[in-house]
Design a protein. Structure first.
Ligand SMILES: [Zn+2]
Length: 263
């Protein structure tokens, strides 16, 4: 079985590298349903869909193993956000108006089913989103949302300060946003160079062909400059090491919860 799993992991890495991303996204649920039987087991557990597997699927440019849930397509960061929302926030209890920018697949149907949420999705282009706009200029009223999600978006945005200010503007006072970005923990200051526009050069400089900067440990300060009060939530303080392994979380990933002050 271990050999079969290794072969399957290699096959997935091979195809993920060669199949265009839009095709992968379109057929992702069909694809994971086909490979799921090879991952039958109980070693890892997805807190979002509740399913257990021998391992998660490989994912990402480098095809790192044991990342993507074949039950709901969650990655480490989605499982982290879910655990925070479920166990450390009032998200599933209070009546809330929610804006979800670039909505992630594991969350959309689950959030839509929550009767306490008035849930709106938005994206620049995606046909599955309710609204389409550029987050540097959001066509929505001031102080209108209790919670905003905008994960792994700001690293693609030309003027992230303008986008942060817009996200702040649409939040109600006392509202909060989860604004995850990839962070290079070795780096203190965010690295940005607007003269780098070639996709290959961007990949070399910022880690992905369509990223326009590489955030460093100053990310919280950048959010604070836009007006937010930032809470760094470290899940390792609340879960034991066995749970971190079972849920396959990235223990070094902090959640950036950006609060808009009450007044
Ligand atoms: Zn799952």
């Amino acid at each position: 079985m271990a050999n079969k799993l290794k072969i399957m992991n290699k096959l997935i890495k091979f195809f993920v590298k060669r199949i265009p991303r839009p095709v992968l996204i379109r057929f992702s649920f069909l694809f994971v349903a086909l490979v799921r039987p090879f991952y039958y087991g109980r070693k890892v557990e997805c807190p979002i869909c509740g399913k257990r597997f021998r391992s998660f699927l490989p994912y990402g440019n480098k095809g790192r193993s044991n990342r993507l849930c074949s039950g709901c397509l969650s990655l480490e960061r989605h499982r982290l956000i879910w655990l925070y929302l479920k166990d450390f926030s009032r998200f599933f209890n209070d009546n809330m108006k929610v804006l979800h920018v670039a909505p992630e697949q594991p969350f959309i149907s689950r959030f839509k089913k929550c009767k306490n949420l008035d849930y709106n999705t938005a994206d620049l282009l995606s046909p599955i989103a309710d609204m389409h706009f550029d987050i540097m200029k959001i066509p929505l009223a001031d102080n209108s949302y209790d919670a905003v999600f905008c994960n792994h978006v700001l690293e693609h945005v030309e003027d992230d300060f303008a986008a942060m200010k817009e996200l702040y503007r649409v939040l109600k006072p006392d509202g909060w946003a989860i604004l995850q970005v990839p962070i290079d923990a070795q780096r203190q200051a965010t690295y940005e160079d607007k003269s780098i526009t070639d996709p290959k050069e961007r990949e070399k400089a910022f880690g992905q062909y369509d990223h326009v900067r590489l955030y460093g440990r100053d990310y919280s300060q950048r959010l604070e400059a836009a007006g937010f009060e930032v809470e760094n939530f470290d899940i390792t303080k609340y879960l034991n090491p066995e749970q971190i392994v079972r849920y396959r979380l990235d223990a070094s990933e902090l959640l950036y919860i950006a609060h808009k002050p009450k007044c």
